[in-house]
Design a protein around this ligand. Structure first.
Ligand code: SAM
Ligand code: SF4
Ligand code: SF4
Length: 370
C-alpha cells in the first residue's frame, strides 16, 4: 500500500492580507522588484480541479476522493478575475496565461476569455491571452475558445506511447484524444501551439526522441520541461530529473540541432532548431539552470491570492481586499508595494542545494497554476 502524505497544515489558508499604504499611487506601468525585475506576466489558476492525476503534479494518493478541493464560493468570479487582471495590466502586464488545475473544466471558461480579451494595455494594444491545457477537452472547445478571443494554447503531452502516457496521467487517458485536441486547436488558428512534455527520469524519458521525431517538421513547438520540486506531494527526487542538456544530447545524436537566440529577455525556454530545417524545439531547465534573474511572472491562485514565485509558501490575499470593498486605487497600490518588495529566487537557491530545499513548505502547482 502506498503511504499517504497528509499535509501538516493546509498552505492554501496561509493568509497575508495586504496592507493598504496610506499614500495611494497611480500605476505607471514601470514596476520593478528588489532585483530590478519588471512585472510582465500574470498566470491565473481558474480551478484547482483536474480530470488527470499526473504523477508529478496531482498524485492519486494525495488528490483522492477525500481531498478537499476549494468550494465554489472560494473561487474568484469572472468579474473578480477581470477586475484584478485590469489592475495588473495597468501595472505593465501584457501576457496573461489561464491555467489550473485543468482550466477547460471551469464552467463557461469562454465567457471569462471574452471578458479578458476585451482588456487593453494603457497604450491601447490587445493582450497576449493564452491558456495551458492537458488537451482532454480541447477538440470540443477549440472553436469556442478562439471565437471568445483566445490567442494561443499550450498543450501538455508527456508521451506518444499510450502505456507510458497512461502511467503519467494515471486516469487511463489516451494519447490520440490529446493529439486530436491539438489538431483542432491548430485548425481554428490557436497557434503557434506549444507542446509541453515534463520529463521524469525512469518514467517517460525513453519518449524524448520519439516525441521529437513525431513533432519534427510539424507546425508545433515541442518543449521539454525538467521535472520540478513544486508542491509538497509529488515526492520529488533530484535523481529523477533529466537535465535539459541530456535531452538535447539525445535528440542531437539522431537529429542534429543548433542553438538559437531567445525571443525576449525573460523567455524561460532555451531554443534549438534542427539543422535540416525541421523546425524548433525548446528546453526549459527550471532545475539545472535557474532563470530567476529575469523572472517577471506573478501568479494568481484559484481563490485570488497573489504569489510572486512558483515556490512561495504564502500568498497575498487580493480577494479579501476585493470582497472587503477596497477601491481599485487601493488594491493597485497594494499590488505595487508587494511587487516592489519581491525578493524571490527559489530556483537559484535550489541550484546551490540540489536536495530541492525540501524543508520549505510549498503550495501545489494545481492550486497556484503552472
Ligand atoms: N492542466 C493543465 C496542463 O497540464 O497543461 C494546466 C495546469 S499544469 C499545472 C501546467 C503545467 O505544469 C503543465 O505543462 C504540467 O506538465 C506542468 N507541471 C506540473 N507539475 C510539474 C512538475 N512537478 N514539474 C514540471 N512541470 C510540471
Ligand atoms: Fe492536471 Fe495539468 Fe496537473 Fe496533470 S499537470 S494533474 S493535467 S493540472
Ligand atoms: Fe521565478 Fe520563483 Fe521560478 Fe525563480 S523560482 S524563476 S523567481 S517563479
Amino acid at each position: 500500500m502506498t503511504e499517504k502524505i497528509i499535509p501538516l497544515a493546509d498552505l492554501r489558508y496561509l493568509n497575508k492580507i495586504p496592507v493598504i499604504p496610506a499614500r495611494l499611487e497611480a500605476p505607471t506601468g514601470l514596476l520593478a522588484d528588489t532585483r530590478a525585475r519588471p512585472l510582465h506576466d500574470l498566470r491565473i489558476s481558474i480551478t484547482d480541479r483536474c480530470n488527470f492525476r499526473c504523477v508529478y503534479c496531482m498524485p492519486k494518493e494525495v488528490f483522492d476522493k477525500d481531498y478537499a478541493f476549494l468550494p465554489q464560493s472560494s473561487l474568484l468570479s469572472f468579474e473578480e478575475i477581470t477586475r484584478i487582471t485590469s489592475l495588473f495590466v495597468a501595472h505593465g502586464v501584457e501576457k496573461i496565461r489561464l491555467t489550473g488545475g485543468e482550466p477547460l473544466l471551469r464552467k463557461n471558461v469562454e465567457k471569462l476569455i471574452a471578458m479578458l480579451s476585451a482588456l487593453r494595455t494603457p497604450d491601447g494594444r490587445e493582450l497576449d491571452l493564452t491558456l495551458t491545457t492537458n488537451g482532454s477537452l480541447l477538440a470540443r472547445k477549440a472553436q469556442a475558445l478562439k471565437d471568445a478571443g483566445l490567442k494561443r494554447v499550450t498543450v501538455s503531452l508527456d508521451a506518444l506511447d499510450d502505456k507510458v502516457f497512461k502511467q503519467m496521467n494515471d486516469v487511463d487517458f489516451a494519447v490520440s484524444d490529446v493529439l486530436e485536441g491539438i489538431e483542432a486547436a491548430h485548425r481554428v488558428g490557436l497557434g503557434p501551439i506549444k507542446i509541453n512534455m515534463v520529463v521524469k527520469g525512469g518514467m517517460n524519458d525513453q519518449e524524448i526522441v520519439p516525441m521529437a521525431r513525431h513533432f519534427k517538421g510539424s507546425p508545433y513547438i515541442l518543449r521539454f520541461i525538467e521535472y520540478m520540486d513544486v508542491g509538497a506531494s509529488n515526492g520529488w527526487k533530484m535523481d529523477e530529473v533529466i537535465p535539459s542538456s541530456e535531452v538535447i544530447r539525445r535528440i542531437n545524436a539522431e537529429m542534429p540541432l543548433e542553438a538559437i537566440a531567445p525571443n525576449y529577455v525573460s523567455e524561460t525556454a532555451g531554443r534549438w532548431r534542427y539543422v535540416d530545417g525541421g523546425g524548433e524545439i525548446g528546453a526549459i531547465s527550471s532545475v539545472t539552470q535557474a532563470f530567476c534573474s529575469d523572472c517577471s511572472r506573478a501568479r494568481l491562485s484559484t481563490e485570488g491570492k497573489l504569489y510572486t514565485c512558483l515556490f512561495a509558501t504564502g500568498g497575498h490575499d487580493l480577494r479579501a481586499l476585493m470582497r472587503g470593498g477596497n477601491t481599485d486605487e487601493e488594491i493597485s497600490t497594494a499590488i505595487a508595494h508587494i511587487w516592489r518588495a519581491r525578493t524571490d529566487r527559489y530556483s537559484e537557491l535550489r541550484t546551490a542545494n540540489t536536495d530541492g530545499l525540501q524543508s520549505e513548505r510549498k503550495v501545489e502547482m494545481s492550486y497556484i497554476g503552472g
